[in-house]
Design a protein around this ligand. Structure first.
Ligand SMILES: NC(=O)c1ccc[n+]([C@@H]2O[C@H](COP(=O)([O-])OP(=O)(O)OC[C@H]3O[C@@H](n4cnc5c(N)ncnc54)[C@H](OP(=O)(O)O)[C@@H]3O)[C@@H](O)[C@H]2O)c1
Length: 280
């Protein structure tokens, strides 16, 4: 199959290129494939893709609060453009979305069919993108994921390691929960999904969940920084521009019907550090 990837230089975009080697790939980065340009439709169609993976997004959650129009331009209007391109090309569309579309009520584990309730601008822009995809082109898979990390990316792992090396001790929020997800495993799951033609909404994250605090502890342990002290704090002690949902933990209840399950996040993190060549 010819698989066109938008956002090809992002974490997931690069993982997809590594993992989907058996397909003919058309990777489009922002320079050659700006999804906010209406001309992206004809540009995508010209490549005659069988499948389009929209991995392009505005992912700066806090920045979306000060730049809402820019976030909506990429995450909603951009998704609309890619959906129109998929329709014009008669291609299957994988649109990647986020756990943040859920309100994140403590104690709730969100299924694919649960009600959305975005609580910040980034989440509202991603939810608008999902709605555009649904309205414009039925041959879509919406894949929601969470807390994505990959080599060479800017993510929670790199932030924790940078802060640990700079300050020698950390304060990390212990009452915000999510599912850490290795883009490698997510890309493999997407690779399986595109062969099924079972269109719909999926929750693909590494199995299990944790708090930011537990995640940070594991990052430090695996990277040989287990001696760094980490103080657990409450979310209100770490003010941010965006309000993150506190417990937007996803459950992958449908993937198993298609034989698609991702390994536990601790295992994914170990593989990540092994490849980084750091202490494990
Ligand atoms: N990262 C997470 O923790 C997380 C969590 C849940 C869901 N997700 C979702 O997972 C998907 C992949 O995320 P990721 O972690 O791979 O994000 P990422 O590393 O930030 O990659 C996103 C890519 O999109 C590109 N992009 C931005 N604006 C664009 C535009 N107008 N046209 C074309 N490309 C554009 C970015 O390019 P520049 O670098 O040039 O801006 C970047 O290469 C996104 O849909 C995201 O919402 C991510």
């Amino acid at each position: 199959m010819r698989v066109l990837i938008t956002g090809a230089r992002g974490q997931l975009g690069r993982a997809l290129q590594e993992v989907l080697g058996e397909h003919e790939l058309v990777p489009l980065g922002r320079e050659e494939g700006d999804i906010t340009s209406p001309r992206i439709v004809e540009r995508i169609v010209a490549h005659r893709p069988d499948v389009i993976v929209n991995a392009a997004a505005w992912t700066h959650v806090d920045g979306a609060e000060s730049h809402p129009d820019a976030a909506f331009a990429v995450n909603a209007w951009g998704a609309q453009n890619v959906a129109l391109a998929a329709r014009a090309a008669q291609a299957d569309l994988i649109h990647v979305s986020t756990n943040e579309i859920f309100p994140g009520r403590p104690g709730v584990f969100y299924r694919e069919f649960d009600e959305a309730g975005p609580v910040n601008t980034y989440a509202r822009s991603k939810w608008a993108g999902e709605r555009m995809v649904r309205a414009l082109w039925p041959r879509h898979y919406i894949v929601r994921t969470a807390w994505v990390f990959y080599h060479g990316g800017e993510n929670f792992i790199t932030k924790i390691i940078r802060a640990a090396d700079k300050y020698g001790r950390l304060r990390v929020v212990a009452d915000e929960f999510g599912n850490p997800t290795y883009a490698w495993d997510l890309a493999l799951a997407i690779g399986r999904l595109i062969t099924t033609r079972h269109y719909g909404v999926y929750h693909f994250t590494n199995a299990g969940y944790c708090s930011r605090y537990e995640y940070a502890r594991e990052i430090l342990r695996l990277s040989g920084r287990g001696h760094i002290s980490v103080v657990p704090i409450q979310h209100h002690q770490w003010p941010r521009a965006a309000t993150p949902p506190r417990h937007a933990v996803l459950r992958n209840t449908l993937g198993p019907y298609l034989g698609i399950e991702l390994p536990p996040w601790q295992d994914a993190l170990r593989r990540y550090f092994r490849r980084e060549g750091e202490h494990v």
